[in-house]
Design a protein around this ligand. Sequence first.
Ligand SMILES: [Zn+2]
Length: 310
Amino acid sequence: MQRWFASLSCLLMLSATVYGAEPQPKVLFIGIDGCRWDAVEAAQTPNINALTEQGWLAVGTSILAPHETKGDTVSGPGWSNLLCGVWPDKHGVLDNSFRGANYTDYPHYFARIKAARPELLTASFTDWDPLKDKILSAADYAVDLPAHGAADYAKKDAELATECADYIRTKPVDAVMLYFGQVDETGHAKGFHPKVPEYVAAIERVDGLIGQVREAIAARPNIQNENWLILIGTDHGGVGTNHGGGRQIPEIHRTFMIVSGPAAIKSRTEEDSYQVDIIATALAHLGITPDPSWKLDGQPRGLKPKPAAQ
Ligand SMILES: [Zn+2]
């Protein structure tokens, strides 16, 4: 009788292990080019608000390394910091010429995912060409819709969101990058400022597109067994109609990051964080421990501590 009871207990424990398996971690990184946080606060952004309420919001995210790297406050270095997880003294990109880029030693983080977990499915949706042409590597699926000017970026951003939402709704994807260019383009045309109606309106349109993608995640057939982390970041802010040469201007070099989902801590912080932290956070959520040879500069931020392994 005792032996029968022991066997039954073992069976129940085994069932609990199978059916109580950890939900599968998934990551969506949404990049909004040239987005000032004070303008997000001035805008009507129900989707970004919902994400910050369900997660960690940092409003002291620096686009500059704590050490001197000579990277300009423009998109090339910014997106390289964000997507490769290292500073310009490693990835080599100091401006939008991409001269000196070393994406061989410091590749896009999809390459890190593939090195650690080749079975994970990655997808990228962008409309600023250099993201796909220069930085992206190892994506299983990539959509790039080249855009020119604020109105065209608004149109292409909307098409990207639709494509991204369709992909997320139907494919067993694990890591997604979705980029929006219209906020930066509108800033260059009309001004980067919370009192510029066109700039704020661009942020509101992007918020609506984020809503489409959130709905797609919620509609995934196996969503109850998945653990999505949504990250939002930007490459720089802006002042007037520009942002280059802004290493001394907080409205340009001090930005924000959002880490949202069941795995995230719920809080808002002004403490220092860095662009390179976003990819460190994505990898940590996916359960990937960076190899020391990758020499990543960031730290995971805003995640709840994982329970210790038994
Ligand atoms: Zn930019």
